[in-house]
Design a protein around this ligand. Structure first.
Ligand code: OOB
Length: 574
């Protein structure tokens, strides 16, 4: 086990040496990534989107000037190199500006999702000892700025709430508007000399325990994955990438995502909403060439495009969007069923690329020239020749590898996979092997061509259409209810989402048990992301005896899943 400095487990020196010698780690930093884009593509369009004051279009030179100017303003209010700043923004151009401003400053963005609520944001701010939260005003019928202010009042380290609102908006006490922090761009900023082996930002994990984990990624490791992803996905200056999923998610950020676009000098279009209407409109007007979605969104787009085609055949007057520019649709975050995979090209005219990745590192892609069989039935193969994949018997304490082609638990290690979560020594002891492999919690098999086929998981996590839910985290929220004595969450198969959540609750005896709606409201009001609120809550008298003692949550959840299977006659896995 390597020494941990400031909660970060470094790559062992001999591995780092190997990754440098192989040319993966080049010493490039995030500021240098933007410098290169400005030098090579300064006048090209970098970012297109809708901000609080309307449509925005920035070239690379403009993006860089904004990022430098904002970095100077943030420095003025005391944000210093090494400081952590929670970035809690929807898909607006200011997101890209803020992230590069923090990189220019050498401060570390802590990436939150727009769907997160007070409970998650407070935890990120506390755990990372963030000095500021950058957020939006009202978005999605929720006042992010007010929530951020409430958190700032509770978390000592948080000194500033910065709000990306329209320039000239009425000032509100206790918050700074992002536009008021824009200064004349200085020539040099502290992040320009960042150490490429240092941590550049903290990314979020889907989580398997009561508390989400933060993922420390270095300039060297992350930018290797970005450059290699851009090459695999054949990005170039002509690429127009549509960010339909949240910009801060690892898929949208780097697979190849927004950063891959910057590396290639292409254009990133930020979709304010992922729905087919909005995105098809943007694909048509911006001539989008590649987009990334989760399977339920792919299904919704396929359905919308199929309907539009039917209507136009019936010679209906409603106009059909021109999607002909779309060359590639990436689908990832959750398993893309072969039935859905088959419908994508006929409906959307784009080639399908499956992406199986994780914020901890490893990303697999089907390649653009792979035969249909591989693209339809596998989740692709790793980015790097030095990604090490071990498929092991999940029930074997020695984690011996299964026979080739058999299903097992996936362990991985490589040039862009972390060696430990941030400030999580205890959890790291179980999430990583002694020799540094990350236990992904996914059940996979490898086909003869080395492609990964995901078949399930061993981790205590529910994948609700790509949104990850740690069973324990939601159980803890239910347990906070005064009338609840025990709670367990299981995943139930769902045709649209892949899985939805079913909570079993044991109520305090001899009292009127709380109703399902009341318990769902209770969880929501504790300030958690809406996707974590259980889809169904069922109050039961007692949990089934698992035969392995009360303490095995895993056995209990699997017994409850079996019980559901019997009740509904449907297959369930958890
Ligand atoms: C991506 O990242 P995370 O960190 O939100 O979630 C990772 C987990 C994986 O361990 C796996 O359980 C699941 O999400 N997953 C898939 C999948 N892609 C991710 N399961 C089946 N098939 C797939 N194609 O979800 C993520 C990060 C980068 C790129 C793409 C996705």
């Amino acid at each position: 086990m390597t020494a941990v400095a400031d909660g970060v487990v470094p790559y062992p020196p001999e591995a780092a040496e190997r990754y440098r010698a192989a040319g993966y780690w080049t010493g490039q930093t995030f500021p240098a990534l933007l410098d290169a884009a400005v030098a090579d593509h300064g006048a090209r369009m970098a970012v297109v989107g809708t901000g609080p004051s309307g449509a925005e279009r920035w070239t690379y030179a403009e993006l860089d000037a904004r990022a430098r100017g904002l970095a100077a303003g943030l420095a003025e209010i005391g944000v210093a190199p090494g400081d952590r700043v929670v970035v809690w923004l929807p898909n607006v151009p200011a997101y890209v500006e803020t992230v590069f401003a923090l990189f220019r400053l050498g401060a570390l963005p802590v990436f939150a999702l727009p769907a997160h609520r007070e409970s998650e944001i407070r935890y990120f701010a506390e755990h990372a000892e963030a000095v500021a939260i950058v957020t939006a005003g009202r978005h999605d019928r929720f006042d992010h700025a007010a929530a951020a202010q409430a958190i700032a009042a509770e978390v000592d380290s948080v000194r500033h709430v910065v709000v990306a609102d329209a320039p000239g908006a009425e000032p509100v006490a206790g918050r700074l508007s992002l536009s008021s922090l824009r200064r004349t761009p200085p020539d040099t900023l502290p992040g320009d000399d960042a150490d490429p082996s240092s941590v550049a930002f903290l990314q979020l994990s889907g989580g398997t325990t009561g508390l989400p984990k933060l993922i420390p990624r270095t300039h060297d490791d992350y930018l290797y994955s970005v450059r290699a992803s851009a090459e695999i996905c054949e990005l170039g200056p002509e690429t127009v990438y549509l960010a339909a999923l949240p910009a801060a998610h690892n898929f949208t950020m780097s697979s190849p995502g927004l950063l891959g676009v910057v590396h290639a000098g292409g254009t990133a279009v930020l979709a304010p909403s992922p729905d087919a209407d909005t995105c098809f409109g943007l694909i048509e007007t911006e001539r989008v060439t590649i987009a990334a979605v989760v399977p339920p969104l792919a299904a919704a787009w396929v359905q919308a495009a199929t309907r539009a085609a039917e209507r136009s055949r019936a010679d209906d007057s409603r106009s059909r969007r021109d999607l002909s520019s779309l060359e590639v649709l990436q689908v990832g975050g959750a398993k893309c069923a072969p039935e859905l995979a088959r419908r994508i090209t006929p409906a959307l005219g784009a080639r399908l690329q499956q992406v199986f990745g994780m914020a901890e590192g490893l990303v697999n892609y089907t390649r653009l020239d792979d035969p249909d069989d591989v693209v339809l039935h596998s989740q692709g193969r790793p980015i790097s020749p030095d990604d090490e994949l071990r498929v092991v018997d999940p029930d074997d304490p020695d984690e011996r590898e299964v026979a080739p082609g058999e299903v097992g638990a996936l362990l991985t290690r490589g040039p862009y996979t972390i060696r430990g979560y941030y400030r999580a020594e205890e959890h790291n002891a179980s999430a990583f092997t002694a020799d540094g492999f990350y236990r992904t919690g996914d059940l996979v098999r490898l086909d003869p061509g080395g492609n990964v086929v995901v078949s399930g998981r061993v981790k205590e996590q529910i994948n609700r259409g790509g949104e990850k839910i740690a069973a324990e985290e939601v159980e803890n929220h239910l347990l906070a209810h005064p009338d609840v004595v025990d709670a367990a969450i299981v995943g139930v198969p769902d045709d649209f989402l892949g899985e939805r959540t079913h909570a079993f609750v044991v109520a305090v005896p001899d009292r009127e048990p709380p109703g399902s709606a009341a318990l769902r409201r209770f969880v929501r009001e504790r300030g958690v992301a809406a996707y974590k609120v259980p889809d169904v809550v069922e109050v039961v008298d007692a949990f089934p005896a698992t035969g392995v003692g009360k303490t095995s949550r895993r056995a209990l959840r699997s017994a409850l899943a079996d019980h559901l299977r019997v009740e509904t006659g449907k297959e369930s896995r958890s």
